[in-house]
Design a protein around this ligand. Sequence first.
Ligand SMILES: Cc1cc2nc3c(=O)[nH]c(=O)nc-3n(C[C@H](O)[C@H](O)[C@H](O)COP(=O)(O)OP(=O)(O)OC[C@H]3O[C@@H](n4cnc5c(N)ncnc54)[C@H](O)[C@@H]3O)c2cc1C
Length: 245
Amino acid sequence: MSSPGWRSGVLARARPLTPTARSLVFTVEDWPGNEAGQHVDIRLTAPDGYQAVRSYSLASAGFGAGSADQPELELVVDRLPDGEVSPFLVDELEVGDTVELRGPLGRWFVWTPQQTRPVQLIAGGSGVVPFVAMARAHAGAEGAAPMRLLYSLRSPADAFYRDELSSPTASVDTTWHYTRAVPAEWPRSAGRLTADDLARETLPASARPLIFICGPTGFVETVARAMIELGHADDDIRTERFGGI
Ligand SMILES: Cc1cc2nc3c(=O)[nH]c(=O)nc-3n(C[C@H](O)[C@H](O)[C@H](O)COP(=O)(O)OP(=O)(O)OC[C@H]3O[C@@H](n4cnc5c(N)ncnc54)[C@H](O)[C@@H]3O)c2cc1C
């Protein structure tokens, strides 16, 4: 039995996305559905009563691959080697196990089909997770304005949902940027995103895009500053910081 605000989530399916990251699909009784971009808190309780709570973005929107009667939600957890919670969720949680979940949380970092402006998404590493939900919601929305994604990741092996994001039928237009290792015959060398990369690979300020930036705290702050220097208005930029540096 969960305490107020917390629901029980049963792990229904799980699959590795990369050597360090795992997609987790939970069934959650009375889950009200969620908007693309929202997150949940997960609470784990040890046998001695010690509790740990961490936030995870939802890769699914609405009721996920389920329905209002049998709602599902999908998360992706990337394992931090010295982490307390993420190694457990990636390596140990088994199908049929239960965790406590609270949410959906977050009202600002969301994209809804009513939103008619062009959208520029900029992800660092696992910061792509809420953008997968936005791309899925965008695909189901008729007449939606263009959505572009600039996805910065360490190497090709670190990509989440590569097939889905690069499919010719995807409604999001994805540009891949590698910081440590590039695929064979890639036209650019590996390196951190620069202001020049952002100017070349994102919608210009003249298009008045709504901009979402998500990833490690340092990445988000650097990119947000650069986008303002490129002429975007502060009010047009929404950020989500996952922590770390
Ligand atoms: C709104 C929100 C949404 C999030 N969504 C996701 C998600 O979709 N997928 C996901 O994998 N994580 C996500 N996170 C991060 C997640 O909440 C945890 O911080 C992460 O899983 C690490 O937890 P841990 O207990 O394993 O590590 P901890 O034991 O908390 O930390 C271990 C070490 O790693 C550092 N650290 C903590 N978080 C990060 C980080 N994000 N990057 C780099 N270093 C870090 C700490 O400073 C510490 O040194 C999200 C965070 C927020 C606030």
